[in-house]
Design a protein around this ligand. Structure first.
Ligand SMILES: [Zn+2]
Length: 213
C-alpha cells in the first residue's frame, strides 16, 4: 500500500515489513526483502526505478528494516555506528534475521551515522538523533524546520518500541524517549503502523504518560 504524506511516500508491503519511506532519492528503511515483486511494482507505479535511489538509511539494524537494502541496487547504505556491525557481519541474531527466518548478506555500510550529524535529503535537512533502547544504534531523523520526526522503532502512533530484543535496554529507551519528548514535533513517521499527521509532541507526551488512546 502507498500513502502520501505531502511529498513523502510511505510504502507498507506487509505486516512484517517495516514502513518504507521515500523522500526524494533516499529511502528510509527497506523492509524485509521478502516482497520484492510487490516493491518493484509499487516503485514502478511511482514512475521510478529501484536503481534510481542514491541512499538507504536504516533507522536500526533489525531485519524487518534492513532486509530489503539490496532492492536498491545503486544506493549507498547508511546506519548508526552502533548498529553498523550488524550489517557488516550479517549478524543473524542481533538483526533478528533468525527470528524472521530471513537471510542477510554481509555488507559494509557506506556511511556511518553519528548523533548530531546533519543529512540533506532533497529540500530538507535532517539531524541524526541517536535514540538507543530498542537497539544500541537506533536513530531518529528530525527536520526542525518542519517539526518532522522519522522515529524508527522508538515510538509509534500508539506506543513505544520493545526493549527485549538483542541489545535492548529499558534505561536507554527511557533516556531516548525523554530526549525526543523535548523536541517540537508535528508529524511522526514511525517504523511501523500509521503516521501521526499532527500534534506529534502531544502524542509523544500522552504515550509517555501512559495516556495514549
Ligand atoms: Zn526493530
Amino acid at each position: 500500500m502507498i500513502k502520501r504524506i505531502g511529498d513523502i511516500v510511505l510504502i507498507q508491503l506487509s505486516d512484517v515489513d517495516s514502513n518504507i519511506y521515500i523522500l526524494d532519492d533516499t529511502v528510509i528503511d527497506s523492509g524485509t526483502g521478502f516482497n520484492f515483486t510487490r516493491m518493484y511494482s509499487l516503485i514502478k507505479m511511482l514512475k521510478k526505478k529501484l536503481g534510481d535511489f542514491r541512499l538507504v538509511i536504516n533507522t536500526h539494524g533489525h531485519f524487518d528494516h534492513i532486509g530489503g537494502n539490496g532492492y536498491f541496487t545503486e544506493a549507498k547504505v547508511a546506519i548508526h555506528e552502533k548498529d553498523a556491525a550488524i550489517l557488516e557481519k550479517a549478524d543473524m541474531s542481533a538483526s533478528m534475521a533468525d527470528f524472521f527466518r530471513g537471510k542477510i548478506k554481509p555488507r559494509k555500510p557506506d556511511q556511518i551515522l553519528k548523533d548530531g550529524q546533519k543529512i540533506k535529503i532533497g529540500k530538507r535537512e535532517f539531524e541524526v538523533i541517536h535514540t538507543p533502547g530498542h537497539t544500541p544504534g537506533c536513530i531518529c531523523l528530525y527536520c526542525k524546520k518542519e517539526k518532522l520526526l522519522i522515529s524508527g522503532d522508538l515510538i509509534f502512533a500508539d506506543g513505544i518500541g520493545n526493549v527485549d530484543g538483542p541489545g535492548g535496554s529499558e534505561a536507554e529507551m527511557d533516556k531516548s524517549l525523554e530526549r525526543v519528548s523535548k523536541l517540537a514535533v508535528e508529524k511522526i513517521l514511525p517504523g511501523h503502523g500509521d503516521p501521526v499527521l499532527k500534534a506529534g509532541s502531544k502524542v509523544i507526551k500522552d504515550i509517555l504518560k501512559g495516556g495514549a488512546e
